[in-house]
Design a protein around this ligand. Structure first.
Ligand code: F6R
Ligand code: MG
Ligand code: MG
Length: 373
């Protein structure tokens, strides 16, 4: 039997510097220390710690399968320790996404975002991780559709016989808590009808149709539904496999050549342009944004992230490239246009999606003063 390798990306907002802006070094150091120990002890084989805005991201490669309690406990304990440090330093929003106190075997539903994929390694397995801040999981619907279903994006859908059967999408209905699998190209129109509704339907998994090879997983949660009140958007992450009968790296990245609008941004209550940035620029500023996304590329080899001669995981910071300058420029142009509209729709989200809102209180206050027309 082939050995299986699991890629786990677990992330959490445990507190940040100068507002909801960026994870500072002392918190990254805690994550680095704990994952280094876990690697020494053999719990994980490789790791990479990074941040996107105020979200601390733990990328771990191991052989323990998805939803493994020991891996989830490692992430949970690390987030707790980092949140305590954040409290001690009086950083902003310390422990923000840690919505429960007692760990019960899996961080799903407890606040942190999770994307996990167990794979049988191919001869060579290029992986792309996407991670965004100040937006929600629906923000990745458009690129995931483009990558795996749009023949105008992914030439391989036309040219590569290995992709001829298309791809299957698992879509979550986050309102009814239901899921459905739709096959493309046959059910492409139905797929678009659902996932075009980015605030409700979200792509959670993608498989190659002809052999059910797992190709992509996304983190889909609705923090507000867990907590019952606004606690930040569920800044999404996704793991995507590329090449050799799957979309090429360039086909995975080309949807980000242009900016597009996503929900989130200031107070999780606005439409804002997604800006692809390098790791160094993954920090939110203007109107707490614009929402940012990073893409990291690496190889999974023999249960590990392929490393350099010093044992350091080799990571490609894929949006660190002038090829995404146009998208960044577009993002700023969209941002400035939208901000001209202030708090008027459609710059602001519709009332039912404004998770962070005083509007119900305002309406309550004014209720008695409304008269029949
Ligand atoms: C959005 C986000 C920020 C905050 C905003 C207000 O996801 O985290 O835009 O909503 O900075 O934050 P508070 O209420 O903490 O001052
Ligand atoms: Mg965040
Ligand atoms: Mg936050």
């Amino acid at each position: 039997m082939l050995e299986k390798t699991t890629i786990s990306l677990i992330k959490c907002d445990v507190g940040s510097l100068a507002g909801h802006h960026v994870v500072p070094k002392p918190l990254l150091n805690i994550a680095e220390k704990n994952l280094r120990t876990a690697k020494k002890e053999g719990l994980i084989n490789s790791y990479y710690v990074f941040n996107v805005g105020d979200d601390l991201q733990l990328l771990m490669v191991h052989g323990r399968g998805e939803a493994n309690p020991d891996i989830h406990k490692l992430a949970w304990d690390t987030f707790r320790e980092a949140a305590n440090k954040a409290l001690e330093l009086k950083l902003y929003g310390a422990g923000q996404d840690l919505l429960k106190t007692a760990f019960s075997g899996n961080v799903r539903g407890m606040g942190p975002g999770v994307a996990e994929m167990e794979i049988e390694e191919r001869g060579s397995d290029p992986i792309v991780v996407l991670a965004a801040d100040k937006t929600s999981a629906g923000a990745l619907n458009l690129p995931l559709f483009r990558i795996f279903a749009d023949p105008m994006n992914t030439a391989g859908l036309i040219i590569d016989p290995n992709m001829a059967g298309g791809f299957k999408f698992e879509v979550l209905d986050t309102v009814e808590n239901m899921k459905i699998v739709l096959k493309c190209p046959a059910e492409m129109y139905e797929l678009i009808a659902l996932i075009g509704t980015v605030q409700r339907y979200m792509v959670s998994r993608v498989w190659r149709a002809r052999d059910d090879l797992i190709c992509a997983v996304g983190s889909v949660t609705r923090l507000s539904k867990i907590a019952g009140k606004y606690v930040g958007k569920d800044d999404p992450v996704a793991i995507i496999r590329a090449q050799h009968g799957l979309p090429a790296l360039g086909e995975v990245l080309v949807p980000f050549m242009h900016s597009y609008l996503v929900e989130g941004w200031m107070r999780g209550s606005h439409w804002g342009p997604l800006m692809p940035v390098k790791l160094k620029d993954a920090k939110c500023t203007v109107f707490d944004g614009p929402p940012r996304i990073v893409a990291l590329g690496f190889q999974v080899a023999n249960g590990q992230i392929a490393s350099d001669d010093d044992g350091k995981p080799m990571m490609a910071d894929l949006f660190n490239d002038p090829a995404f300058a146009l998208a960044r420029r577009e993002a700023l142009e969209y941002a400035s246009n939208l901000r001209r509209m202030g708090e008027f729709e459609p710059a602001r989200l519709g009332i039912e999606e404004m998770e962070y809102t005083t509007l119900p209180q305002i309406l309550k206050k004014l209720k008695e003063r409304f008269k029949p027309t």
